[in-house]
Design a binder for this molecule. Structure first.
Ligand SMILES: CC(C)(COP(=O)(O)OP(=O)(O)OC[C@H]1O[C@@H](n2cnc3c(N)ncnc32)[C@H](O)[C@@H]1OP(=O)(O)O)[C@@H](O)C(=O)NCCC(=O)NCCS
Length: 193
């Protein structure tokens, strides 16, 4: 198993895993952009294959075993200052996430982390998180941040073990396919030292 920068050719894996990490919200949002007959994941893959934007493969690391992707992480530095602008211009379900992101300007933001079902429990996500944090430090980030659903026990456990702490939360606004009620929780970790 090794962690390396994602390639453009990983876009299908990235879209699938970004959707899992985003609790189905990405697929719902992509479905709004799809042409009739076009699959939402196709939109996701084309976004992951772009050179720009948060979901770009350029912001992703993958864990590979003999060529196959086992898991991925998407992480990048949030702008500082983080200017929200007109919140009403974002889809309603995204607004709580934007409000929480705005509380973490300049941090290394772990936007998505996910491991394929068959590869879980083998340390893949932990390796990806540690590697992303190291890259963040090299880019001069002194803190890392992420947002997780309060009911996502497995992910919460991983983040707490890695030293992330709860900072703030907003109620989840439910969307089709949303697996949880509860809150979105912003967690942060000091990367210095
Ligand atoms: C959360 C997730 C990324 C963990 O990935 P993973 O590669 O299995 O994680 P790791 O093997 O690195 O394990 C790290 C920790 O996760 C937890 N974990 C992993 N597999 C688990 C399992 N089967 N049951 C319970 N906890 C588990 C444990 O805390 C584990 O640490 P420990 O065994 O040392 O106590 C994975 O379950 C996943 O992809 N879930 C769906 C997407 C998701 O929820 N992403 C996060 C959204 S914010």
């Amino acid at each position: 198993m090794e962690v390396e920068r994602a390639l453009k050719s990983d876009a299908d894996d990235l879209a699938y895993l970004i959707d899992i990490a985003g609790e189905g919200m990405p697929q719902y949002l992509w479905s709004q952009l799809a042409e009739p007959g076009q699959a939402a994941l196709e939109i996701g893959a084309s976004r992951a294959g772009r050179e720009e934007g948060g979901f770009s493969y350029r912001n992703a690391l993958v864990c590979r075993d003999r060529g196959s992707v086992l898991g991925m992480i998407v992480a990048y530095r949030l702008p500082n200052p983080y200017v929200v602008g007109e919140l009403n211009e974002y889809p309603e379900i995204v607004r709580p996430l934007i409000q929480l992101e705005a509380l973490a300007p300049g941090t290394l933001y772990i936007n998505a982390v996910a491991t394929y079902d068959a590869a879980r429990g083998q340390g893949v996500a932990r390796m990806l998180m540690l590697e992303a944090q190291e890259m963040g430090q090299l880019q001069g980030c002194t803190e890392a941040s992420l947002i997780v659903a309060s009911a996502n026990k497995r992910a919460r456990h991983l983040y707490l073990q890695l030293g992330y702490q709860d900072i703030d939360s907003r109620p989840i606004i439910e969307y089709p396919g949303c697996p949880y009620g509860g809150d979105w929780v912003l967690m942060k970790k000091d990367l210095a030292g």
